[in-house]
Design a protein around this ligand. Structure first.
Ligand SMILES: [Zn+2]
Length: 282
């Protein structure tokens, strides 16, 4: 059977927001780790241009306000820009009204760059509050990319789940919001990030990571033949020389397979939704 595999390269351009937001740092040294995100982004744009790949960039409003020209270049190159909070806030750690205003502010920042509201949302820290999915529906998002209930197969998000510990978990109703699932094993930060969480060593050899990522791709390609391979990367992490070279080799490896197409996540979500219409509620 002909293979039909989509590859989504996604970049969370957290830059300084992650260090001054969740990490609450005011240290010029710590903040400079985020500044390296600009350097990494410029390298990545060149890699993507050379390999003729369009990617999805999830960018906090804080990064857009700090580096408007860099973000404009990302958009001008044809890449997708998705929502990633304002200053990398964890939605599960804020009140409903604050969560709503963070969404509004991030949307306004993206509109200033692209002229349009974003179609995709990726939660900072991949956490969601009990209200997040409702809010994403309210703001007209096409997809979320923060959950892990599947690996290479998109699915519809649900509302109305009931948590019981003295009986089974009760699943709610599917809603018109596509999930493009992620996983920590397909994220660069846990492998390479030096101190998140605090006792985390990081700094792995990129060949080890490449073996993990390419084996997941091989499983999808050989055993399933159809699906979506989504990598989550951060310019301040993957943008170091030895890691960029690994990513380039991996892109070329995947491009060497028949039936593999690199797509933006909004393209994948749109196509998947058309092929799998949401069953109408009775
Ligand atoms: Zn992030």
């Amino acid at each position: 059977m002909a293979k039909n595999v989509s590859v989504c390269l996604s970049f969370d351009f957290d830059a300084i927001s992650i260090w001054v937001g969740p990490f609450k740092s005011q240290s010029p040294s710590t903040i400079s780790r985020g500044e390296f995100g600009k350097v990494g982004t410029e390298r990545l744009l060149e890699v993507l241009r050379r390999h003729q790949v369009l990617a999805s960039w999830f960018i906090p409003g804080h990064t857009i306000d700090t580096y408007p020209q860099v973000v404009q270049r990302i958009a001008d190159a044809g890449h997708e820009i998705g929502h990633h909070g304002y200053c990398h806030e964890n939605p599960a750690a804020v009140a409903l009204e604050e969560e709503r205003s963070i969404l509004e502010r991030g949307i306004a920042c993206i509109r200033r760059i692209t002229g349009k509201a974003p179609l995709g949302y990726r939660s900072p820290a991949w956490d969601l509050s009990p209200y997040s999915l409702n809010l994403l529906m309210e703001f007209g998002f096409l997809y979320d990319s923060s959950m892990m209930a599947n690996d290479f197969t998109p699915y519809y998000c649900r509302l109305g789940d009931e948590v019981h510990t003295d009986g089974p978990y009760i699943f709610g109703k599917e809603i018109d919001l596509v999930e493009l699932p992620v996983d920590w094993s397909l994220d660069d930060w846990p492998y390479f990030g030096l101190h998140w969480p605090a006792n985390h060593v990081g700094l792995r050899n990129p060949d080890d990571v490449s073996r993990v990522w390419s084996a997941d791709f091989d499983f999808l390609y050989q055993r399933m033949g159809e699906g979506v391979f989504t990598l989550t990367m951060h310019p301040q992490v993957i943008g170091r020389g030895h890691r960029i070279l690994m990513l380039e080799k991996l892109i070329e490896y995947m491009q060497g397979h028949a039936g593999v197409t690199f797509k933006t996540m909004s393209q994948v979500a749109t196509e998947w939704k058309q092929a799998h219409p949401l069953a109408k509620a009775e």
